[in-house]
Design a binder for this molecule. Structure first.
Ligand code: ZN
Ligand code: ZN
Length: 396
C-alpha cells in the first residue's frame, strides 16, 4: 500500500490529546525514550508513546533525524483501525510512511551518504522468501508472496518519531533546495510508478514515452491527484482534473494555476465532461471510489490506458455497464492497470520532478502543503476532520 487520496471523513471516538498530555510528558522524562505516535489496534487507541531510540545494528545502516512527516488517507485509515499491523512483539505500530530526514550517523559499510545529508525513505521492505524473485531483485513493490512489510503500515515501525535507522538502499538523497517540499516525494512516487507502468504497457503501440499531443484526466484533487497532474503536465499531457467539489475552491484554483483544467463532477456531469476532454488517452485515478472510476472508463479513448491507484473500502456491490465496458476495452485496445507502492527509481524520479515543479510552479507546489503542525497536534490531524490538501508534522 502507498498513499492515496480519499475525499471522505473518518470518525473516531477518542479522547482529545489534552487528556494524554501531562502523563506522556512525564513518561518521556522518566524513560528517556523518543516521542512517537503509536497506534494500538488491540486497544483501538492512538496515543503518544515513549519509543526506544534506534541504533545502527549493521554496517549498511544509517541513522536519521526525522524532519517532516506527511499525513495521508492511509494514516487516517490506520487510525480508524481498518488495517495497520504492529511489528511482532509490539502492541503498537509507530505511524508514518511519508518522511524527510537528515542523516546523523553512518554505519561503517554505508558509502552513499554523509552526516547532514537530506534523505527520503521508501515504505516497503522485501519479504524473506528466497523464491520471491521481485524482492530478491529489489522490486518489493511487486512482491509475489505478499509477505512484505511496510514502514508505518505493516509490521515495521514508521517515521512519526524523532529518529529512525534504515539501510542506505532504502533511502534516496534529496538536494538541500528541496528541504521545504521533499516530504511530498512519497505521495508523488504513486504517479511516478504509475507513469513508468503506463510507458511500459504502451510500448505495445507507437506512443512514445511522453504526453505530447495526448490528453490525460486525473480523477481526484487530493495530494496524489494534484502531484500526479503536475507530473503529467511536465510530460506534456493536456491535463484535466475531475473532482467532486464545486469550483472555485482552493484545490481548483491551485489546479488551474499550474495549467491543468479543474472540472467539478458536481456541476459538470460525465457526458458533458467527455465533450470537453475529447478522447482521453490516459486516466490517472487518485480517489479510491469505484463508481466514478468505472463511469470515467466511458470516456477513455482508442488505445487508452487507465491506472487505478486508490483503494476503496469494502462496500456492497454496485451495478456497472460491464458489457459495454468490455466491448469498448476490446474494440478500443484499452488497458486497465492497478499499481501499488514504488521502487527506488520512482523515488529518484519523484525528487527530480519535484525540482522541476518547484522551478515551474513554486507557489502552487508550496500550496500543496496546507499546514505544518507540531508533533503534539497529531490527534486532530489523524482523527479529526480531514482539512486541506497535505498536512505535515514538523518533527524538528
Ligand atoms: Zn501516504
Ligand atoms: Zn517478496
Amino acid at each position: 500500500m502507498g498513499c492515496f487520496a480519499r475525499e471522505r471523513t473518518i470518525f473516531c471516538f477518542l479522547a482529545p490529546f489534552s487528556a494524554y498530555n501531562p502523563q506522556d510528558r512525564l513518561r518521556f522524562m522518566k524513560s528517556g525514550g523518543m516521542k512517537a505516535v503509536g497506534v494500538f489496534p488491540g486497544k483501538r487507541a492512538v496515543d503518544l508513546v515513549s519509543h526506544a531510540p534506534p541504533q545502527i545494528l549493521s554496517q549498511a545502516q544509517v541513522k536519521i533525524r526525522t524532519l517532516d512527516v506527511g499525513i495521508c488517507g492511509t494514516d487516517r485509515e490506520i487510525c480508524s483501525f481498518a488495517y495497520g499491523t504492529p511489528p511482532n512483539g509490539s502492541d503498537y505500530l509507530v505511524l508514518g510512511h511519508e518522511a524527510l530526514g537528515e542523516v546523523v550517523e553512518i554505519g561503517s559499510g554505508a558509502k552513499q551518504f554523509k552526516v547532514g545529508d537530506l534523505v527520503v525513505p521508501s515504505v516497503r521492505r522485501p519479504c524473506d522468501h528466497s523464491d520471491c524473485s521481485p524482492c530478491r531483485a529489489d522490486r518489493q513493490d511487486f512482491c509475489s508472496t505478499g509477505d512484505f512489510t511496510e514502514r508505518g503500515i505493516k509490521m515495521t515501525h514508521g517515521y512519526m518519531t524523532e529518529y529512525f535507522v534504515e539501510e542506505e538502499k532504502f533511502l534516496t538523497p534529496v538536494p538541500r533546495e528541496l528541504r521545504d517540499v521533499a516530504v511530498l516525494v512519497e505521495p508523488l512516487t504513486v504517479a511516478e510508478k504509475a507513469l513508468d507502468q503506463v510507458w511500459k504497457v504502451q510500448e505495445r503501440l507507437p506512443w512514445g514515452a511522453n504526453g505530447e499531443g495526448k490528453t490525460a484526466v486525473v480523477l481526484g484533487a487530493g495530494p496524489v491527484g494534484i502531484l500526479g497532474a503536475m507530473a503529467l503536465l511536465v510530460r506534456g499531457f493536456r491535463t484535466f482534473v475531475y473532482s467532486r467539489s464545486a469550483a472555485p475552491n482552493p484545490k481548483s484554483e491551485l489546479v488551474n494555476s499550474i495549467g491543468a483544467r479543474y472540472v467539478s463532477s458536481e456541476t459538470v456531469p460525465l457526458e458533458k465532461f467527455g465533450i470537453q476532454t475529447g478522447p482521453v488517452d490516459l486516466v490517472y485515478e487518485a480517489v479510491g471510489v469505484a463508481s466514478i472510476s468505472f463511469d470515467l472508463l466511458k470516456i477513455l479513448g482508442l488505445n487508452g490506458a487507465f491506472v487505478f491507484t486508490g483503494i476503496p473500502p469494502h462496500k456492497p456491490a454496485i451495478p456497472i455497464a460491464a458489457d459495454s465496458l468490455m466491448r469498448d476495452m476490446v474494440l478500443k485496445n484499452q488497458v486497465l492497470i492497478g499499481t501499488d507502492n514504488a521502487d527506488a527509481a520512482a523515488f529518484a524520479t519523484a525528487i527530480r520532478d519535484l525540482g522541476i515543479f518547484k522551478q515551474r510552479w513554486p507557489d502552487a507546489l508550496r500550496a500543496v502543503i496546507t499546514g505544518r503542525y507540531r508533533f503534539e497536534d497529531y490527534h486532530e490531524l489523524l482523527v479529526g476532520k480531514n482539512k486541506g490538501i497535505k498536512n505535515v508534522i514538523s518533527v524538528a
